[in-house]
Design a protein around this ligand. Structure first.
Ligand SMILES: [Zn+2]
Length: 167
């Protein structure tokens, strides 16, 4: 299976970030609000795939919609499923199947870890610590989460790609 995953994260306006996730067949795009520490949740969710728990879930607040990421590890691969619910104030307790599946793909953990790490490092490069805080508005740039994922990815994935130095 080719690792054709592409992922980007961009601070798109005060308190908003736009991410794009795509494989060879489809792209998902969402604008995420600063009501949650979204980039940290993403990084810690992906880092969780290197631990004993086979499923990681976290939700982004699109005000009012919820996009729930469900990451399910199968050996060296990860099933990625993005479920969309109309209203986050009432949907957090609903089961995944009640959300509309808006994007899905199976990728190697290495490809996912690498793509998310590289996207977060690009955010750091483009904005810096102060710029991030100013533009995102609420939470500091998640340095510890980036370092954590970088350590796990480099230790466990045997990734052949180049890696940026730590922020
Ligand atoms: Zn890598």
């Amino acid at each position: 299976m080719p690792d054709d995953l592409r992922f980007g994260w961009e601070l798109s306006g005060h308190g908003w970030a736009t991410y794009r996730i795509a494989d060879g067949s489809a792209e998902g795009v969402d604008c995420v609000s600063y009501c949650t520490d979204a980039l940290a949740d993403l990084l810690y969710g992906v880092a969780g795939l290197y631990g004993p728990s086979p499923v990681q879930r976290f939700s982004f607040d699109l005000e009012p919609a919820e996009v729930r990421w469900v990451l399910r590890r199968r050996d060296r691969d990860v099933d990625i499923r993005l479920h969309r619910f109309a209203d986050m104030s009432t949907s957090l307790d609903l089961p995944d199947r009640e959300g509309r599946l808006c994007w899905g793909s199976t990728q190697s953990r290495s490809a996912l870890g690498h793509a998310v790490l590289a996207a977060a490092q690009a955010v750091w490069r483009d904005n810096g610590e102060e710029g991030y805080r100013e533009r995102w508005g609420e939470h500091p740039f998640p340095v510890a989460a980036v370092q954590d994922l970088r350590r796990l990815h480099r230790r466990d994935d045997a990734c052949p790609l180049e890696h940026d130095p730590l922020p």
